[in-house]
Design a protein around this ligand. Structure first.
Ligand code: TUI
Length: 316
C-alpha cells in the first residue's frame, strides 16, 4: 500500500481493478442495479451489479444500462447458491465483463474459463481454507467477508478473518463486513487488506433505489439493530430486526421444518426492497448501520471514507 503524501491510497487492488479508490460496492440482491453500480464506478470505486436470483435477460439489461451510464469498469456478482449461476457464468463471457465476484460457495468450476477470457476473478470467502483454494485455482484476489456483514454470512468476524487470510495467501485481500467509514477502512488496511467492500453504507446512498422504509430503518438502526436468523438451518442471514425476523426466530426455536422456513424466506428480499414490508420482508443489513445517520451521494461516501482513511494512515 502506498499513501501518497496527502493524496491517494494506491494498492494492488486499485491497480487490479483500474479504479481510483480501492473500494467495491457490495452486490446486494434486488438492490445493486445499474444506477447504483454506475454511481459508484463514476465516483472512483468499483460498482457491482448483483446477479441475485434474477433471470439472465434481466441481468444482461442491467449490465448494458450500467455501460450507458459509465465508461468506468463495472463488475457482476454471482450468488453461487442461486439456480441462475451457470447462466450468469456464461453471461460474464458474452458481455465481456472485466470483473466477477462470487458469493455463498466455491466458484472452482468456472474459474478456468473466466481466467482464459481475461476476466478478473474475486471470490468472497468466509474462511482461510477457501481463500487458499481460490488462490491455488488462479483467483486474482479474495474478498474476506466477516459476519458483521449483512445478508448471508459465515462464522468469523472481519477482525479475525482478514489477518489470518493475509498470512495464508499472497494475492491481494479486500476486507468486507463492518466497514462504513475511514476508520474501518484504515483498520482493514492495518490487518493486511488492500481494499474494502462496503454494502450497508451504500443502502443509505441517494442513488440507492430501495423503498424509503428500508433506507429510513437503516438510518434509524442502532448498534444492536440487526440479528442473524437461519443459524439452525446452516444458512445464517443478517437482517435488521423487524416483526419478520422475530417471527423467523420464534419458528426456529420451535424447530419448525426447513421447508416452512424456506417458504417464509421466498420472495422476502423483494418484499423488503420494493414494498418496505416489515411483516414479510428481509431487510438485509450489516452491524455497522448504527454509524449511519444521513443520506449521502456515492461520491460523498467514497471521498469521505478515503479522505478520513488517508488522514489516519498519515497519523493526522
Ligand atoms: O453471498 C453473500 N451474501 C448474500 S447472498 C444473499 S442472497 C440469499 N438469498 C437467500 C438466502 C440467503 C441468501 C444475501 N447475502 N456474501 C458472500 C458470502 N459468501 N458470505 C459468506 C460466503 C461464503 C460462505 C461459504 C463463501 C464461500 C463459502 O464456502 C463454502 C465452500 O464451498 O467452501
Amino acid at each position: 500500500m502506498t499513501v501518497d503524501s496527502g493524496k491517494l491510497i494506491t494498492t494492488r487492488v486499485s491497480e487490479l481493478l483500474g479504479v481510483k479508490y480501492p473500494i467495491i460496492q457490495g452486490a446486494m440482491a434486488w438492490i445493486a442495479d445499474a444506477g447504483l453500480a454506475a454511481a459508484v464506478s463514476n465516483a472512483g470505486g468499483l460498482g457491482l451489479i448483483a446477479g441475485g436470483a434474477a433471470p439472465v435477460d434481466v441481468i444482461r439489461d442491467e449490465i448494458r444500462k450500467a455501460r450507458a451510464l459509465t465508461n468506468k469498469p463495472i463488475g457482476l456478482n454471482i450468488m453461487l447458491m442461486s439456480p441462475n449461476a451457470d447462466d450468469l457464468a456464461q453471461l460474464v463471457l458474452d458481455e465481456k465483463l472485466q470483473v466477477i465476484t462470487t458469493g455463498a460457495g466455491s466458484p472452482g468450476v468456472y474459474i478456468e474459463r473466466w481466467k482464459a477470457a481475461g476476466v478478473t476473478v474475486i471470490p468472497v470467502v468466509a474462511a482461510v481454507a477457501l481463500a487458499v483454494r481460490m488462490e491455488r485455482l488462479g483467483a486474482d484476489a479474495v474478498i474476506c467477508e466477516g459476519c458483521e456483514a449483512g445478508g448471508h454470512i459465515g462464522d468469523l468476524t472481519t477482525m479475525a478473518l482478514v489477518p489470518q487470510v493475509a498470512d495464508a495467501v499472497k494475492i491481494p485481500i479486500i476486507a468486507a463486513g463492518g466497514i462504513a467509514d475511514g476508520r474501518g477502512a484504515a483498520a482493514a488496511f492495518m490487518l493486511g487488506a488492500e481494499g474494502v467492500q462496503c454494502g450497508t453504507v451504500f443502502l443509505t446512498a441517494e442513488e440507492c433505489a430501495i423503498h424509503d422504509t428500508y433506507k429510513q430503518r437503516v438510518l434509524d438502526a442502532k448498534d444492536t439493530g440487526t440479528v442473524a436468523t437461519g443459524r439452525s438451518s446452516g444458512h445464517p442471514v443478517r437482517c435488521l430486526k423487524t416483526p419478520f425476523t422475530r417471527k423467523l426466530l420464534a419458528m426456529e426455536k420451535e424447530d419448525v421444518s426447513l421447508e416452512a422456513l424456506e417458504e417464509m424466506m421466498s420472495g422476502s428480499m423483494r418484499k423488503a426492497v420494493q414494498d418496505g414490508n416489515l411483516e414479510e420482508g428481509s431487510f438485509m443489513c450489516g452491524q455497522i448501520a448504527g454509524l449511519l445517520k444521513e443520506k449521502k451521494t456515492c461520491r460523498e461516501i467514497i471521498e469521505g471514507l478515503f479522505g478520513q482513511a488517508e488522514g489516519l494512515l498519515h497519523g493526522r
